[in-house]
Design a binder for this molecule. Sequence first.
Ligand SMILES: [Zn+2]
Ligand SMILES: [Zn+2]
Length: 406
Amino acid sequence: MSDRLEIAGRALQRPLCNHCLGRLFASVSRGLSNDQRGAIIRSSVADAPVSQASAAGCYICKGLFDEVQKFADLSVKASGGFEFNTFLVGTKIDAELIEREEAFWTETGAKETESIKSEMNREIGKVLEKRLGKIVDFANPELVFLTDTRFDQIVLDVAPLFVYGRYRKFSRELPQTRWICRECRGKGCPHCGGKGRMYEMSVQDYTGPIVMRHAEGTEDFFHGMGREDIDARMLGNGRPFVVEVRKPRKRAIDLEAMQREINQGAKGIVEVEGLRMSTRAEMRAIKESTHSKSYRVSVRFQADFDHGKLNEVVTSLAGKPISQQTPNRVVHRRADLERVRTVRRLEVESVKGREVVFIVEADSGTYIKELMHGDDGRTQPNVAGIVGVPCEVLELDVIAIGDKGE
Ligand SMILES: [Zn+2]
Ligand SMILES: [Zn+2]
């Protein structure tokens, strides 16, 4: 203790407010504010040369703690019009002040200190909790008040809103996400027929803007658990997705009404279900997940063939690994590399002359069309190769996503 009294004695050679005095010993005891701790320390240093500094005269903060109420007022004003339950305060402090504080730690030998920034954040936060009736959340705040104490400015950081759901897609001409024209970047040019987009609509366009309108946000993003080809339907249990809306003003959303509105607007082309609130963490998990997918794929062979060959297809592929070189159709925009995927299940659903329908369950990321026609030998083994007759894919549907959802 005598050590601490010596430090306090040295510190009080300078005029200090109780906040800045108490902060030198911040980690000594819990349950006291620095302000309270400072007052106690001051009274125990009998021969303190400076008995009391006005806040404005404080050597370290020059009266910054007198402005806490003002910063809180500015924050309350900045939050106007935003619905939120949790928040966090961050502050920017004059670099000169911080240098002065750190030099003072060396000068006094104080080691149990807290930075002024951290105390400022907490003190503004305490006032705001009372004023707003909301709580500070360090992990996932919905609003962050970035307080620049030098210029009395508040920058408001609004956490995005995330909505989870599953979608089915009944069109073979609909991409999953908005597809802006690469030539004109959306302005409209001959390449895109003046529309700025390669496809007028997408699953994103049927969902995102409606979520955005309900949340009164500024921008929407669509995150799917993988994606199907534009010409593949998405059936069965539907594909999990998360819509992200930036800068939402509303967070209490009538999800059922929103779901009805999406489904009415999408007129049977897209259908969503199970809408609920989500989080950034879930969005990331969905994007990174690697569940298997099941497909129905119908194929036409170029010539008649021995149907007995289909047994060979099943025995050669079901439960077996296959090697896939990046398909010809995407190699212009993706790295050309080999990947090994497992065909977990392969069954023949129906055979009619040269046309065969297969049910395939395969690892996430398997190229199913290429598994059928072989892609000039880039996928090995492949159905056409085993049958000995080239084939083309007529239709492809995703019929199940292998996550737990129903
Ligand atoms: Zn001070
Ligand atoms: Zn264009």
